[in-house]
Design a binder for this molecule. Sequence first.
Ligand code: SF4
Ligand code: SF4
Length: 159
Amino acid sequence: MFSPEEPSKDYLKNARLFGKQLAKNLKENHCEEPPVQKKARIMHRIERSLASEFLTRIIISQLFRVNRKICDSCRKCEKVCPTENITMIENKGLYPAFGRNCLLCLSCELKCHTGAIQSPASWKIFKGLIRHNVLEASTDPELTNRRVQIIKGRIKPFD
Ligand code: SF4
Ligand code: SF4
């Protein structure tokens, strides 16, 4: 889903600065956990549990896969990762390797121009959660929105 008027360029610029600062703080362990919403809806609670920092570091960060047949070693994933969690490793070719400092932002997967990266968020099991989030956002009266899909790093109209 995509909102044509938002985010504005200024909003994006500020969000990037905020994200970089947040990633830096996380990396240096200067972050306090935000207070947990006690009355979060069930789907949000499931999502929060599945994407918890602990599970992400220990399990999910190690489940990213790279299709070596289509990766062209462009290093874009390495550059867009806000936590420098991706390192290009020489192993019968130059391919990305994932550390445990992942925020699950999915920038690497979304920006890969060959579609070589598959994160656990692409698994069928997570489709229900993602569909729920899209549906909830699409009914938010404060947002104008348009459905789009991201294929190989490019935004396209949703078929
Ligand atoms: S962005 Fe995609 S094609 Fe480029 S190095 Fe990373 S995985 Fe390979
Ligand atoms: S999802 Fe990808 S880009 Fe985002 S923090 Fe994890 S490894 Fe880095």
